[in-house]
Write a protein that binds this ligand. Structure first.
Ligand code: CO
Length: 459
């Protein structure tokens, strides 16, 4: 029996515990060691890493990727991609999706995990096609959630459809850490029956289920699990790499991991973790178990957003009412998985329904766009009443929203003449215009300063 490990400290653990604030210099020295650990892959890019590099860390995300690539020649580098949203927050035209994927592979990515928040495969097919063409592996990803329409049969069919698209592996992605051991066992078994591909399982420790969930997933034949080096594990992050290596090893699984190297990696990150704890950037609460998501059927991150919203409006007395309204709104909208951006949409609508004292008196422009089909197809049926209230007589779009988008790359490149140094810069700007503009200006100022310093002695 074999089981592979994807180490997430550089991406998901970094993102879940310290809001992706880990600069390259803080982990550069350990990369050559990590390269010898025997991981199935190292998740190091995508998700919020790209945005945070530009927005908070004054780092070129592409350069970060190239440096990791150079330091880890023996490892498979992995990224997370939100399908047609890429790493941004809206849908992009196909030419941008293709260009972005091609550049990601060119700069060093081996495996792209591609998901869509609604599990609408039309939103992952272009990225998948381009990644495969460029020689990368694609991990076709199921956004895991629980609802009357998210049955084992529906998930198994999704896996089969992705296999037909040519993906290399199937990933079950539980962003909220709500998948139980029993559910993992049944789901992995059902997918294994439906497809011939390796199955990857991703979850978070948030509710305390994750270690047991992985064990049962392994028993059902999961081929890869996502874990984080122990000092960056637990709480809202992944289960610990060393612990699962130890436990599964004892049960007869071949993990391919070198325990001595894993210890070295963890020893390196301990003082880094302590530094973030001391500065308060790592909140000790993030490391604890929180079972509210199991009771309320609302992911932890969404719950804290709801509390913040109600506090801001001095309406905490309505908390229970909003919690009761949330699953009803979700049902009305056809059971979207409660992940970004759906979790925000459902949360805001539920709050508004309660505070206004009348359901759907106000409907956000995001919910209207969702009803119009701009995010993709809802997993279930959107309630006809809500549809009517949101759109009036307007008809939802037919086909894919991305098909309505005009190409923008050449035009943007022309606009950025003298500012963008390469196509990667142009892509930064297409995804995050304001953030990229600020980053380019800061970079220019830094370069000019450098030139002045170099010239100074001659003057
Ligand atoms: Co995750």
């Amino acid at each position: 029996m074999k089981i592979g490990f994807t180490e997430t400290v550089l991406r998901d653990a970094n993102q879940s515990l310290i809001a992706t604030r880990l600069p390259y210099e803080k982990f550069a020295d350990i990369l050559p060691v990590m390269d010898k650990a025997g991981y199935y892959s190292v998740e190091c890019w995508g998700g919020a890493v790209f945005d945070c590099c530009l927005r908070y860390l004054d780092e070129d995300p592409w350069e970060r990727l190239r440096k990791i690539r150079a330091a880890m020649p023996n490892s498979k580098l992995q990224m997370l991609l939100r399908g047609q949203n890429l790493l941004g927050y809206r849908h992009y035209p196909d030419e941008i999706v293709r260009k972005f994927v091609a550049k990601s592979v060119e700069n060093g990515i081996d495996i792209i995990r591609i998901f869509d928040a609604l599990n609408d495969l039309r939103n992952i097919e272009v990225a998948t096609d381009e990644a495969l063409k460029r020689g990368a592996q694609v991990s076709g990803t199921i956004s895991y959630t629980q609802s009357p329409v998210h049955t084992l049969k529906a998930f198994a069919k999704l896996a089969k459809d992705m296999e037909n698209m040519g993906v290399s592996t199937i990933c079950v992605k539980d962003m909220a850490g709500v998948m139980s051991p029993a559910e993992a066992y049944d789901l992995v078994s059902a997918i294994k029956k439906s497809v011939k591909l390796p199955v990857v399982v991703h979850t978070h420790c948030t509710t305390g289920l994750a270690f047991m969930t992985y064990l049962k997933a392994a028993e059902a034949g999961a081929d890869v699990i996502d874990t984080a080096t122990s000092c960056f594990s637990g709480g809202s992050s992944q289960p610990a790499t060393e612990t699962l290596n130890f436990a599964l090893g004892q049960l007869g699984y071949e993990t391919g991991l070198d325990a001595a190297v894993l210890k070295e990696v963890n020893d390196f990150f301990k003082p880094v973790r302590d530094e973030y704890l001391a500065s308060g950037k790592l909140d000790a609460k993030m490391l604890a178990t929180d079972t509210d998501a199991l009771n309320y059927k609302v992911p932890g991150g969404m719950l804290s957003n709801l509390v913040a919203q109600l506090k801001a409006q001095n309406a905490m007395d309505k908390f229970e009412a909003v919690l009761e309204e949330t699953p009803k709104v979700r049902a009305d909208l056809g059971y979207p998985p409660l992940v970004t951006p759906m979790s925000q949409m459902v949360g805001v609508q539920a709050t508004s329904n309660v505070l206004a004292g009348e359901r759907y008196k106000n409907i956000s422009k995001e919910v209207k766009a969702y009803c119009r089909g701009e995010y993709g197809k809802a997993p279930g049926e959107i309630s006809p009443e809500v549809m009517k209230l949101a759109l009036g007589d307007e008809k939802p779009i037919e086909g894919r929203y991305a098909d309505t988008l005009e190409p923008v790359f050449d035009k943007t490149k022309e606009e950025l003449k003298g500012i963008a140094k390469n196509d990667e810069d142009v892509l930064d700007y297409v995804l995050f215009p304001q953030v990229a503009e600020k980053y380019f200006a800061a970079r220019k100022a830094k370069e000019e300063k450098k030139v002045r310093y170099t010239i100074a002695p001659v003057e």
